[in-house]
Each structure stands twice: as C-alpha cells, then as structure tokens.
Design a protein around this ligand. Structure first.
Ligand code: PMP
Length: 426
C-alpha cells in the first residue's frame, strides 16, 4: 500500500484530514483511507493495483456499477458539445420529465448540485409556504450539512461523535425539533403540542445514515396523518433511497405520498446532482414564479443530466430493479448464513438495493438506540478483514451498503467466500 500511503500523507498537508468529506477518513474503523483510481462494473482498483468488490458505489449513486459503458458514452457525447451554458438546455427538461413520471409526489422539480442543496432549499420553501418556522427531524437521520439539520445527525457526524456542529448558531437550530426514528407515538405527541407551529417534517423514509433501518409499519403513515391534520409539509429526503429502494423510490414502495421530495445520488449517476420537488402549489412559490429565492450556476448542466438520465434508464429497464433486489437478498442472506456458521451474532436489514449489517444478537433492528448499541469493534474487525480479502465495505458502522446492477453471481460469491474467512477472524 505504498502509493496510497504516500498520497494520503500529502493529502493531509493540503486538505483537512486528507479528505474532502469526513466519512471517507476511516475515523470509525481506524487505519488510513485507500486512494482509488479506477472502477469497472462491481470492482474498484486502488493506486497500488489491488482490486476490490465495491459495496460503497460512491456512497450510493453508482446503481449501474462503475464506468457503465452506456453511461460513459452518453456523458462523452454530451461533454463534446460543451460542459455548461447557464441557460435552459434540453437534457434538463428530459430529466425533469423523467423524475415527474417516476416519482409519485412530483408535479414539478428543480435541479440543484447536491443533496445538501436540495434539503436546504426544500426547507426554505416549506417554511415560506406554511408561514411557520419549526421543523421536525429524526435522530440518526442525515440530510446533508444544512445548519438547521445538523442536529443529532447521522452518517459522518455520528461516526465522529459530533452529531451537532460548532459554528451552527443556537438561533438557527432553535426551531429544529428532534424525535426518535420509527416512533409514531413520539410524533403524535409532538404534533399534539406543536402541530400548528410545524412547517415541515423531514425524514429519510428508509434511514440510511444510521446503517440501514427501514420504517416500521405505521411510522410513515403516522407522519402523513399528522402533517395532513396540522397543515405541515411532509418532506421525504430520498437523496439516498431514490431509485435505491424501488424504481419509484421509497414513496412508491411504501405507498405514502409526501408533499415534497429531495433527490440526489442516483439521479446524477456519479456526477454532482440534487433535486427537490413536489406539489405544484408549493413549487410555484419558488423564484422566478414566487418569492422564495434559490439558484445555481451549474444547476441542470447537461453533463450531469446525461449521466443521470443514462443511469435512470438502466435502473428502470424492465426487470432491472427486481434483479438487483434479488442479488441484494442473496448477498444479505449469505452474510447471515456465514456469520451464523462462525458463531458471530449478526442481524441484517435490506431495503431494495440497500443493506445493513449489525453486529448484535437483537433482531430486528428498528431503532437508533439499537444501532448505537451494536458491537462496533466487531464491525471494525470485520471491515478490515474484508478489506484484506478484497471487499470494500463502507468504512463506518453507521453507513448502509449498496449493491449495483453490475454485481453478478461471481462478485457476490467472491464476497461471500471472503466473508466466510472474515467472520472466522471477528
Ligand atoms: N440526504 C441524505 C439522505 C443523504 O444520504 C445525503 C448524503 N449522504 C444528503 C442528504 C446530502 O447529500 P450531499 O452529500 O450530496 O450533499
């Protein structure tokens, strides 16, 4: 690992922590992050030439796998015509149409450059629409590094033990109410007390930033019911779950229609993209139609649209999602069988092509408290054993795993053979 080590030493001098996003830094699992240079299908290669089966997939976007030939071709054709114009372009209309067709809650959508921008803008719009300030979020859910949402946040904030953040003014988070995920009773109680002041509830419909925790029956239904009663805007943050949990996102899978939806990751296919959209009467509050200001120099640029559209074509092709989900089930069942055989307590969760591995004897895992109580040291040992074996899992116990359309029988079998040896060392 000579080259990766050298590069990380240089990076640490030049970039805080040597990384451009904290969760990449291996802080939770220990050791040094690996520098990668190439991907193909289910595999990635580091700068020292070692190959890994990849279950991070750039933290979700690469649902079609690495360097998928049609995605790359579409991007190359588009790039050749220029990178960005800062004007309306045809591909952004195509993207907006596709999203409105595929995502049940979208009448209209606006494209941005990241998931963070999407949630930040959705909140602003929901507050303007309702004329209220308070928002509800859930412990262990992560919605990007938006000031008002960096309260008891998941993902890297959780791994680093800083679920809030210095630099966020108290006044900005004073209107953020935080509730336990999957606790319908707590939601009802909160609405009984504050319902008329609540502008919006923002939720990951499958939590993917506290490992992978699907909603318990009745939880999303309760959110819908409370928001309807109090006139609050229900926002599904589907930045991660969008086209990962189902071909019509989590809202399609669970049959609950939010008022607004945030998207990112898959809809950019590996390019920087986000989107937020929803009911027409809410979306028309945005400038230049309405007064709520939001903008972006590179928003809707053709290159990002091309990558996203080509990726969406892959995941919505007939049979594609079912196949992906079946592959994920095979992988997850395989992990469980091999852990049982090695006598390692393991509980698994799956939602579409997302999965979670929990080193605990408790089953099922449905709450943030349960996630935090898992054996993190066992996960870390498993992570490093798998890394040695040539399997790249997310370098933190609080992250979901992602399978892609490119993960075939061979890649899954390779992974499970590696897991058999790794569990024996846990
Ligand atoms: N929302 C969710 C549910 C996410 O998982 C993430 C990123 N992991 C974000 C928002 C923020 O997206 P980005 O990193 O593109 O700003």
């Amino acid at each position: 690992m000579q080259r990766t080590h050298e590069l990380f030493q240089q990076a640490r001098e030049l970039i805080p922590g040597g990384v451009n996003s904290p969760v990449r830094a291996f802080k939770g699992v220990g050791g040094e992050p690996i520098t990668f240079e190439r991907g193909e299908g289910p595999y990635i290669w580091d700068v020292d030439g070692k190959r890994y089966v990849d279950y991070v997939n750039s933290w979700g976007p690469l649902v079609a796998g690495h360097a998928e030939p049609d995605v790359i071709r579409r991007v190359q054709e588009t790039v050749a015509k220029g990178l960005s114009f800062g004007t309306p372009v045809e591909l952004e209309v195509e993207m907006a149409r596709k999203l409105c067709e595929l995502v049940p809650s979208l009448d209209m959508v606006r494209l941005v450059n990241s998931g963070t921008e999407a949630t930040m803008s959705a909140l602003r719009l929901a507050r303007a629409h309702t004329g209220r300030d308070k928002i509800v979020k859930f412990q262990g859910n992560y919605h990007g590094h938006v000031d008002a949402l960096l309260v008891q946040a998941g993902s890297g904030a959780l791994t680093l033990g800083v679920p809030g953040s210095p630099g966020v003014p108290q006044s900005v988070v004073a209107d953020t109410l935080t509730l336990p995920y999957n606790d319908a009773e707590a939601v009802e109680k909160c609405f009984n007390e504050h319902g008329s002041e609540i502008a919006a509830v923002i939720v990951e419909p499958v939590a993917g930033n506290m490992n992978c925790v699907p909603p318990v029956p009745g939880f999303l239904e309760k959110l819908r019911e409370c928001c309807d009663k109090s006139g609050s805007v229900l926002i599904f943050d589907e930045v991660m779950t969008g086209f990962r949990v189902g071909p019509n996102c989590a809202q399609g899978r669970f049959g609950i229609k939010p008022d607004m939806t945030c998207l990112g990751k898959v809809i950019g296919g590996g390019m920087p993209v986000g989107a937020f959209g929803g009911r027409r009467d809410i979306m028309e509050g945005l400038a230049p139609v309405g007064g709520v200001y939001q903008a972006g120099t590179l928003a809707g640029n053709p290159v990002a649209m091309a990558a996203g559209l080509a990726t969406l074509e892959k995941i919505t092709a007939p049979g594609a999602f079912d196949g992906l989900e079946a592959t994920t089930a095979k992988l997850v069942d395989g992990f469980k069988q091999r852990a049982d055989k090695a006598g390692v307590p393991l509980t698994t969760n799956q939602a579409g092509s997302m999965f979670g591995l929990f080193f605990t004897s408790e089953s099922p895992v449905t709450t943030f408290e349960q996630v935090k109580a898992c054996d993190l040291e066992a996960f870390n040992r498993f992570f490093h054993a798998m890394l040695e074996e040539g399997v790249y899992l997310a370098p933190a116990a609080f992250e979901a795993g992602f399978v892609s359309l490119a993960h075939d029988e061979t890649a899954v079998q390779e992974t499970l053979d590696a897991a058999e040896r790794a569990f024996a060392r846990v």
